[in-house]
Design a protein. Sequence first.
Length: 389
Amino acid sequence: MNSTVPTSAAVVVIGAGPAGLTAAITLADAGTEVVLLDRLAAGANTSRAAVVHARTLEVLDRYGVAETLRERGLEVPRFVLYDGPHPLATIDFSSLPTDFPYALLIGQQHTEAALLERLHQAGGSVLRPYQVTAIRDGEQSAEVEYTDAAGVTGTIRAQYVIGADGMHSRVREAAGIGFTGASYRESFVLADVRMRWPAPQSQVSLHLSPEGFTLVAPLPSPEGDRFRVVATVAEAPEHPTLEQIQRLLDARRPGGRVREVLWSSRFHVHHRLADSYRSGRILLAGDAAHVHSPAGGQGMNTGIQDAALLGTLLARVLAGESEDLLAEYERARRPVAADVVRMTDRMTRMATLRARPARTARNAMIRVAARIPAARHALAYQLSELGKR
């Protein structure tokens, strides 16, 4: 038995990404005995999810984390949609009814670092690396079996288990919960680069073109030359090079000049939703419960909001309230995820249209809608997730 891991806890959280960390903070703040396990030896060191929206900042403000992120991130009040170099519409967050009227651009590694600091303040920690090998759900408790890096095995008995272990969730599989959906045909290039870019640091640029969809978002840096690039391609290389990213930008939005690739990868996108968020003493949050297109930067935000509510409800149940309270979690959060999956699916399909007549009709529709202030405000409100309060 591994001596660094307790043999029992009120809650075991599996997965120390943003959702898992948020759940652990919420529980630790409530005085709940929580154990947080992660299979990786260290946390995220690449930026992956790079935008924190207004509603998520409101949620994280309860824990004192929003101000930390704001200090380390870049406030961006506008998303601008282009057809090639031609502007189609501007989505402006600056008039939204919130203390955070912007999208905050910050690499996921910095978001996770801020959440980890806050967990430490609450008296919690992340135990690494521990691979969960089995979960058994029982009437009185659940058992989590794990193996450490040396191959030593152990078991934790818990009243509840939270699976925040990503799209390929072992927790979800152990619970027998289906993950309904499909995959997109295209693959995606993902890269953080240093470059000269024609748009100001105050906007995220979304470019539609016959070659595919491209997003360029500024990231915080002293020189103001660091950007996230996300683009659809037929088949992305495993680690896109500077030359490949430059050719991609030249074809879709000429004017940028890449100086250095800091990190690059590829991924395929799925749109899937867990059939249920709970099975007995096992509950799901974040990517274990829902995955979708990166359009609009919704994924990590939705997961953090999941975890904050789930942690709050579990703490109340463990403090003596009725277990029936946990039904509120799925009632409140699964419809939100379903809406996000539908919205990002529509955005992705619209952005990746190739046929000229379809693109012409799409652009005309966007231009008409962009002239209506109420339509622009509604889209900003939806992307900021303020409607999920």
